[in-house]
Design a protein around this ligand. Structure first.
Ligand code: C5P
Length: 243
């Protein structure tokens, strides 16, 4: 096959030109990074697992009418996606206090929140992706008020879907991050879920034992990241045969 034109390489993925206009090929690498890439490793098979898991979550969302960039999986490490203009915000939804929220506000990890909390972080590695308010977002033109309403609506639907899917396999969805992009349909623009949804971008705790099955295993040196992700894939019935 002819080599594809590389458009962008990030910490965990590469984007190549797609076969049709308006499409891209997203390649999942085995690289793991944390703390804004201060901690790095290569985890054999992580890219294969995340490709499968992101396919599973995104196609599930497509099926219930939550639009995503996912078109189809091409092979073990690549998927065909719609090209979008990424909004430079990370949208985090939290059901239970953990991570940066626990640290910032002094709330013990594992404390259930009275309602899901949605936060926005400005995507900028140099600044360490700072937390921003809706006022910042509108004032600096990253999104308008209608976009914000649409992003919140998408985030809530993704949270309901993912929480249910994970609960069914004995896993609590603590929090997650999504990225959202603008897709053009003629003159009409709509916001769709983009990037990836995988244990790299979620916190997933076993309901019974509290065991962490997400990237915190790598961030906090809690054991084998590949084993944790394999367990999530196994429970969801999407374990690739050769990992
Ligand atoms: O670190 P923090 O507690 O803010 O992370 C909240 C959620 O967002 C976690 O599930 C984490 O994995 C995800 N996240 C991410 N990419 C980032 C920051 C956070 O996927 N750059």
């Amino acid at each position: 096959m002819a080599r594809r034109n590389k458009l962008y390489e990030g910490k965990a993925k590469i984007l190549y030109e797609g076969p049709e206009p308006g499409t891209l090929v997203q390649y999942f690498k085995d690289d793991a990074t944390a703390f804004n890439a201060e901690k790095k490793d290569v985890i054999d098979g992580k890219g294969v697992l995340n490709n499968r898991l992101s396919e599973y979550f995104m196609s599930g969302l497509n099926n219930i009418g939550v639009p995503t960039h996912f078109i189809k999986r091409l092979n073990m490490r690549e998927q065909l996606i719609r090209q979008v203009e990424i909004i430079p915000l990370e949208v985090v939804v939290r059901n239970v206090a953990a991570g940066s929220m626990s640290k910032r506000l002094g709330i013990e990890e594992g404390t259930p929140l009275p309602r899901p909390i949605i936060e926005f972080y400005y995507k900028d590695d140099k600044l360490g992706d700072p937390l921003v308010t809706e006022e910042h977002i509108v004032a600096f033109g990253w999104a308008n008020q209608q976009d914000l309403d649409d992003m919140v609506a998408l985030a809530v639907r993704v949270n309901d879907f993912l929480s249910g899917v994970m609960l069914a396999v004995g896993i609590r969805l603590i929090d997650f991050k999504i990225e959202i992009g603008r897709a053009w349909e003629g003159d009409f623009q709509r916001l769709i879920v983009a990037d990836e949804i995988s244990p790299d971008s979620c916190r997933l705790w076993d309901i019974e034992s509290g065991q962490k099955l997400d990237k915190d295993v790598f961030r906090r040196d809690l054991g084998s990241l590949a084993d944790a992700y394999t367990e999530v894939a196994r429970r969801l019935g999407v374990l690739p045969s050769n990992v």
